[in-house]
Ligand binder design. Structure first.
Ligand SMILES: [Zn+2]
Length: 119
């Protein structure tokens, strides 16, 4: 991959990563302090709060997974293997990287990885 192109992807990955970190910081600030105070809350609203907390944690989990993917992609940029399929070494098409700048596999390998349940 050309150095110019690579630098553009690197910028994009870093931009997404910093947006992600900001989103995570906001979310964890909001979710850590859900108080389940029995005296001031009815049973239903306590359930609501717990459900919301669980949803917020699931979202946070997704953000963390995405963060790891982005960090791994940036490591590949540094290692010079960005844009190459981690499985077969083929070049991942630009269209695919447009859709997911942190894509690890070419479409074929992504499909076989999904079949083995480790996408
Ligand atoms: Zn592949």
């Amino acid at each position: 991959m050309e150095t110019n192109t690579l630098a553009q992807w690197q910028d994009r990955l870093q931009a997404e990563l910093s947006a992600l970190r900001e989103a995570m910081a906001q979310r964890s600030a909001g979710t850590d302090v859900v108080e389940l105070d029995q005296s001031s809350m009815g049973r239903v609203s306590r359930m609501d709060a717990m459900q919301q907390q669980a949803m917020a944690q699931a979202t946070l989990q997704r953000l963390r997974t995405r963060q790891r993917k982005l960090e791994a992609a940036l490591n590949r940029v540094a290692a010079g293997s960005y844009g190459l399929c981690c499985q077969c070494g083929e070049t991942i098409e630009a269209d695919r990287l447009q859709a997911d700048a942190a894509a690890v596999f070419c479409p074929e390998c992504a499909e076989s990885a999904a079949e083995h349940g480790k996408s």
